[in-house]
Design a protein around this ligand. Structure first.
Ligand code: PPS
Length: 570
């Protein structure tokens, strides 16, 4: 490789000898340091273990520009995706070529020393167009992520002190040298790598097994545990499901290892990058899906960003340079009359096929409905049921928003009593006044402080919901932005029911239980909601309740009926 030291180029890992670690730790006392985020830690781990061979550090500027222009390093070695260390301007300003920078984990534990070769401010629009095919962040989440990263890049060689520390699934965190050794010991000359971030069911198992059989290869199932994906509860459930599904393959045919990858979502380039990484883990074959690496691959609502099969074609085209063979993933479909899975392209019109979509699977889990064994294995379903309990066992948040005097607190109190009476789940009341006294006592009623107050309530409610309780929130919450943030956060952990108290302001003002409207009209309270500060009604609440002509018991009954109908109450 160009202007890079040969010393590390062929070594098994970039971790240095413990004698050198002692020296590095001593010298590092005078080095600048940065704490890496989760994404950067994934890159560092794959660099240190040599999952990203032949890189022995972060790309310098020449290599980076070649990667964008030609999908190769400056010496012509194929490399499709930039791997640079992004840093804040103040770090970039304090460094020059030849300096050393200590790289720490999020707790400040030192993992590696980077000897800086280059510091530059990349043209991110150019990078986005080259790697993703667009520089519009609204069209591509990968571009959005890129633009959200620091503005300066650093390139340079790494000396590793320790791999990032993981406490979970240690036996599955295999490095390339470990997997290669494992394959050699087992006599696996041909190994097909399978990369996944999804839950796997019977159709996947049939697809993987059939492809491996055709290639005469064993299987290395390598799921990604890198960045948490929105909507995913946790990676623990994923890994436990993978541990179950490998038991369904013939013995001595499959091994499981976790890949700490910060996916770029770059479609064909992503697939090619993964192919090189799989080769580095000792695989001879790599299964590529028609929409591999596409940011919208598993999203039924959105059209894929890249053309179908583009990823397969690119990986195949570069086979001579990467040294790993592409295997096309052939989707399998369950044929009821034959009680077996067949490749989708072999299905004839008269065949009776069955399918359960991810949306339907979610519905069945939520409502405790049977999941047939032709679709998934009972052991996998049992893991999913633990992670996604039916609605009747999930925690939920009832978020009541509305003007002062609209009936929020009264409704919340009646619901509190009803839930206490049911004794189904623990209940917590987070009324506006209670929160203002206990959680947000230093906050005023400016837009910024109100939003902060609401997101604090949202955080507490999300913890309650996550742990299976009921959070009853009743603040004014006049702005859409903080209500939306709460919905996004809490829906990940359980139910979220937004109730808009649609009682007209005239009625609220007439009630004026606390005399606040009168004071606001008299100019004695500034920025009073509905009088001198705006209230934006929720755009899509689960329920709207106008308490003008109904009793608190009737309002509460509307909520209880809704909860029952949605499956939260039994
Ligand atoms: S917010 O906007 O959601 O943060 O408000 P919240 O925490 O629910 O607090 C609302 C209660 O504070 C009292 N109060 C005011 N409300 C609105 N605007 C102004 N300027 C204001 N100043 C004090 C008021 O009593 C609200 O209680 P409720 O129960 O809604 O009447």
């Amino acid at each position: 490789m160009s202007n890079k030291s040969i010393i590390n180029d062929y070594s098994e890992s970039l971790l240095v000898h413990f004698r050198r670690i002692e020296e590095l730790k001593q010298s590092a006392l005078s080095y600048l340091s940065v704490d890496l985020n989760n994404r950067q830690l994934c890159d560092l781990e794959l660099l240190l273990t040599r999952g990203m061979y032949p890189l022995n550090g972060y790309l310098d500027r020449r290599d980076y520009e070649e990667v964008l222009e030609n999908m190769s390093l400056a010496d012509g070695t194929i490399w499709p995706v930039p791997v640079c260390l992004d840093v804040e301007e103040k770090i970039a300003d304090s460094l020059q070529a030849g300096d050393c920078l200590a790289l720490n984990d999020e707790e400040g534990f030192m993992l590696a020393i980077l000897t800086v070769s280059d510091i530059w401010q990349p043209d991110k629009k150019w990078e986005a167009r080259a790697v993703y095919g667009t520089d519009n962040p609204d069209l591509h989440p990968g571009v959005r992520n890129l633009f959200a990263q620091h503005e300066w890049y650093i390139g340079g060689k790494l000396e590793g002190i320790s791999l990032p520390i993981h406490y979970d699934f240690k036996e599955l965190r295999l490095t390339p040298s470990e997997t290669h050794r494992l394959f050699t010991i087992n006599g696996w000359r041909r190994v097909m790598g399978f990369h996944t971030e999804a839950y796997l069911h019977c159709a996947h198992k049939e697809m993987i097994q059939q492809a491996a059989r055709e290639a005469g290869a064993s299987i290395f199932l390598q799921p990604v545990v890198g960045l948490d994906h929105p909507g995913n509860l946790d990676h623990y459930t994923h890994v436990r499901c993978y541990q179950q599904i490998v038991k369904k393959f013939p013995r001595n045919m499959i091994s499981l290892g976790l890949l700490p990858l910060a996916s770029r979502l770059a479609g064909p380039r992503e697939a090619l990058w993964q192919a090189i990484i799989k080769k580095n883990f000792g695989c001879s074959h790599f299964m590529v899906e028609a929409d591999h690496g596409d940011p919208f691959a598993s999203n039924l609502q959105l059209k894929n960003f890249y053309p179908a099969h583009a990823a397969q074609e690119l990986v195949q085209q570069y086979e001579p340079l990467t040294g790993i063979k592409m295997i096309r993933a052939r989707k399998m479909v369950y044929v009821e009359d034959k009680a077996q899975y067949l490749p989708e392209d072999e299905i004839r019109p008269e065949m009776n096929i069955k399918h359960i979509s991810s949306g339907e699977l979610k519905r069945r889990l939520e409502n405790d409905i049977e999941i047939p064994s032709w679709f998934s294995y009972p052991e996998v379903v049992a893991e999913l049921r633990k992670a996604f309990p039916p609605r009747s066992k999930q925690g939920f948040t009832i978020f009541i928003s509305g003007l002062s005097g609209s009936g929020k607190s009264t409704l919340a109190k009646v619901l509190l009593v009803k839930f206490m009476e049911m004794r189904d789940r623990p209940v917590t009341l987070l009324d506006g006044d209670i929160v203002r006294k206990n959680l947000s006592s230093e906050l005023s009623f400016t837009r910024e402080h109100r939003n902060l107050n609401i997101t604090r309530i949202g955080f507490v409610a999300s913890e309650i919901t996550k742990n299976g309780g009921i959070a009853l929130c009743a603040p004014i919450a006049p702005y859409e932005e903080s209500r939306r943030a709460n919905r996004e956060l809490i829906s990940r952990y359980g139910g979220y029911i937004e109730i808009f108290m649609a009682t007209p302001i005239e009625v609220c003002e007439q009630r004026d239980r606390k005399g606040l409207y009168a004071k606001a009209r008299a100019g004695k309270i500034e920025g009073f909601t509905g009088i001198s500060d705006p209230y934006t009604p929720p755009s899509a609440p689960e329920l709207s309740i106008d308490t003008t002509g109904i009793s608190p018991a009737e309002a509460a009954q509307e909520v209880l009926l809704f909860l029952e109908e949605q499956g939260y109450l039994r």
